[in-house]
Design a binder for this molecule. Structure first.
Ligand code: MIC
Ligand code: SF4
Length: 760
């Protein structure tokens, strides 16, 4: 088998544009109306444009995917699954990026040394797997997945899936880019179509132009406020309008990246001048030329901008000229307010006034422009005699950006005011931050320019309150150190007691005037022929474990199931399968399952992650230990959840660990998209209460029955019976969203079992 073509070549793009054209001819005939941009790209990728059912919110689309990207924390499980399919190489161009496992402690150099030592075995596995199966491998230090994809592989009009929820970053370059679980990636890597619920469309019309302190980040913070963390579920957010044309390509990527926080399938911007400039600056002039020639494919039809309400379920209007800088948090990215209201919120809610840390960068906000604007604030500080009042750390998104910012002096000035540059990796954005300045349990506030701020997200401490703003705002506030400092209106004090005021940062250079320093440092192309290459997994390893298939459904209704826990309020994948110290076990299902539900606020326990073992009658036990106890005693169980259960990350461990420990069903008021699919793929029943109030009826000592499974059919509800401790039985209807195909996954035990049986 010859090497896979990993690069996005002009030939590949030409072929994809031809396919878009051909498909859209059919779709236009079928729909006979103008199309939005998202429709063009999505439906242009249909596997069967003639026969595909098309109903937003209902139809399951089968799509051709142009590319797959995986990061190290999720790639391990995805590749372990892919290996069991017995393919010689991936069917579409695929890359692996080592970014999540690097801990942040002292700074780039030392942290990298530790990471290489600690994760050697995992990096070796990912590297040998990549070599063997035709996958491009970006080693540790090369950059964060989304930034590298944006710089190297993304192109307007393409369709990419990635095993990371912030994959929509590439929507800034006009791609449909979707975060998925590893099992979805496996489908595509073995050459099957990718299946996704046809999203509804939300339009965001931008007018005016950003000015002063306002940054692209503020657009998405505002949209988060308007739509909330579940408002985008099964929706694509499409941006259009004159304001769009004033944004840089990387600014647009910040917006689509953090669109993940809306639960949206993805977000997308049209191709325009700034996209072209970015492609050119990153060495892809030929692709820019092809996009120029296919502009009609890469933007909405003109009628859409004229009467958007005809094409979108909802249209949101934002005037960039009037938009104020925003700060969101703590604990949820939709808790937004303009900076001018932050003071009031701090005092009303008794948030700590003094910050303990300021952090900028990450996959969301580490572009040349971002750091250039942040550096402009730092330069002013230097001139005014100010230094940071709290530690400031900077995580560059890729080696390419880092080296360029080093050459052009921005990193230096940030260091001169007291900043520390970390490795080109996720680090503090994903609980891989080892801070020594506070004790666990100590309430404190931090300010970041990242995208997520769930409890424990950054430092593993649930009492750390993380607020989010644009990088320039974060740097400005770090100079004063108080969350109540509004750089637009307030002055701060220098060491000598002089009152000084910052001016708004100058408009950042969207692209480096002297060009990027091109870097593919840390990249390894796949071997020419992988057939004979070994992939090493030590059977004694506690980091990696080959997978054994889950067993099939036994054909009977479930009866007498205990409730493992009932999540109260927000329950993200960070609650279900915490990251931080657990990231190291992402390739070892048995070991990582010890973290299951540790962050869940259980309606039946007093402390997060604890609950009642119904078999022994002991309360306040660690939830994963209870689950293991049930597993060891051959008892299946259910998990109960609230609204938008499983929001956040794409990590399928949040579905695999429960399945491994014996979960039969997760019953909630509603699910987040990626997690619901992940549960189905692992053979778990995701069910929702037909009447959301029924959530309240579930008690700690209930035994649950699920009836009607033999006749499980799309659109047909099931019956849940709750047998309370006093013997009373209540019957409740529950809904599911299984399709015919997905029902098979449940029957045979998992989507992977179904895939294997198709191949045999
Ligand atoms: C995140 O931002 O939450 C992560 C860590 O990148 C996750 C992936 C993971 O948990 O490995 C994501 O967003 O999907
Ligand atoms: Fe990494 Fe954070 Fe981006 Fe996730 S959001 S990919 S953890 S930098």
């Amino acid at each position: 088998m010859e090497t896979n073509q990993v690069e996005t070549t002009p030939e590949l793009v030409t072929k994809i544009y031809q396919q878009l054209e051909a498909n859209l001819k059919i779709i236009r005939k079928r729909l006979s109306r103008p199309l939005t941009l998202a429709e063009k790209i999505l439906l242009g990728h249909l596997w069967d444009p003639e026969g595909q059912e098309l109903t937003p919110g209902q139809a399951l689309l089968n799509l051709h995917v142009d590319r797959v990207a995986m990061q190290d924390a999720t790639a391990q499980m995805a590749l372990l699954q892919f290996m069991t399919a017995g393919m010689p190489a991936t069917a579409v161009p695929t890359t692996v990026h080592c970014d999540h496992l690097i801990r942040a402690r002292k700074g780039a150099k030392e942290d990298m040394k530790v990471a290489l030592r600690e994760n050697q075995e995992v990096y070796e596995f990912l590297k040998t797997c990549s070599q063997k199966y035709g996958i491009g491998f970006w080693g540790p230090g090369a950059g964060i997945i989304h930034q590298v994809v944006l710089e190297q592989y993304a192109f307007p009009g393409g369709l990419i899936i990635g095993t990371d929820s912030h994959t929509p970053n590439a929507g800034g370059l006009g791609m449909i880019a979707v975060g998925v679980g590893g099992a979805d990636a496996v489908d595509v890597m073995v050459g099957m179509p990718w299946e996704v619920l046809q999203p509804k469309l939300i339009g965001v019309r931008l007018t005016g132009e950003l000015n002063g302190w306002t940054a692209p980040k503020d657009v998405i913070l505002k949209v988060c406020e308007i739509l909330t963390t579940k408002g985008g579920t099964n929706r694509i957010v499409e941006y259009f309008g004159p304001g769009v044309r004033s944004l840089s390509a990387t600014g647009k990527a910040t917006i689509t990246n953090m669109g993940a926080e809306l639960g949206a399938t993805t977000s997308i911007f049209p191709y325009d001048l700034s996209t072209r400039e970015y492609l050119k600056a990153t060495g892809r002039e030929k692709i820019a030329k092809l996009s120029d020639a296919s502009q009609s494919l890469l933007g909405a039809d003109p009628e859409v901008e004229k009467s958007p309400e005809k094409f979108f379920e909802r249209v949101i209007e934002i005037d960039l000229s009037l938009l104020e800088p925003h700060v969101v948090g703590p604990h949820s990215p939709d808790l937004a307010r303009p900076i001018s209201r932050l003071k009031e919120d701090v005092s009303k809610n008794r948030y700590p006034e003094r910050l303990t840390y300021a952090l900028i960068g990450s996959c969301t906000n580490s572009s040349y422009e971002d750091i250039d604007r942040a550096a402009d604030v730092a330069r002013q500080a230097k001139e005014l005699g100010l230094k940071v009042a709290v530690p400031l750390v900077i995580t560059p998104g890729s080696e390419q950006v880092r080296a360029t910012l080093e050459r052009d002096g921005q990193l230096q000035v940030l260091e001169e005011i007291g900043g520390t540059v970390l490795a080109n990796a996720c680090g503090p954005c994903i609980g891989q931050w080892q801070r020594d300045d506070i004790n666990k349990g100590e309430p404190n506030a931090i300010l970041t320019s990242y995208n997520r701020n769930f409890p424990k997200r950054n430092d593993g401490n649930s009492t750390t309150m993380a607020f989010i703003g644009s990088p320039e705002l974060v740097v400005a506030i770090s100079l004063d150190g108080r969350l109540t400092f509004d750089p637009l209106h307030d002055s701060t004090t220098t060491k000598n007691g002089q009152k000084v005021k910052l001016r708004p940062p100058k408009k950042g250079a969207a692209l480096p005037p002297k060009g990027f320093i091109f870097s593919k440092e840390g990249y390894l192309a796949p071997a020419k022929s992988g057939a004979g290459l070994p992939v090493v997994v030590d059977p004694k390893s506690d980091r990696l474990e080959l997978l054994k298939p889950f067993g099939p459904w036994d054909g009977d209704d479930f009866e007498n199931l205990p409730v493992l826990a009932k999540a109260k309020g927000k329950c993200t994948t960070d609650h279900i399968s915490p990251a931080g110290p657990w990231l190291k076990y992402r390739g070892h299902l048995d070991r990582i399952s010890d973290n299951a539900f540790l962050g869940v606020v259980n309606a039946f326990g007093t402390e997060a992650g604890r609950g009642l073992n119904l078999l022994t009658g002991e309360g306040e036990q660690e939830i994963p230990k209870i689950a293991r106890y049930y597993k060891d005693h051959g008892v299946r169980w259910v998990m109960v959840g609230d609204e938008n259960y499983g929001e956040g990350s794409s990590r399928e461990h949040a579905a695999m660990s429960p399945r491994y420990l014996g979960c039969a069903a997760v019953i909630t008021r509603s699910f987040a998209r990626i997690h619901e699919t992940n549960l189905k793929k692992q053979g778990i029943l995701p069910l929702t209460f037909a009447n959301p109030k029924d959530y309240d009826k579930v008690q700690a000592t209930d035994r649950i029955g699920i009836k009607g499974l033999k006749d499980l059919q799309p659109g047909k509800s099931l019956k849940l019976s709750l047998r309370h401790e006093n013997g009373a039985v209540e019957e409740l209807p529950v809904l599911h969203s299984f399709t015919k195909n997905q029902i098979e996954w449940f029957r045979v035990g998992s989507a992977l079992n179904a895939l294997r049986s198709q191949k045999d």
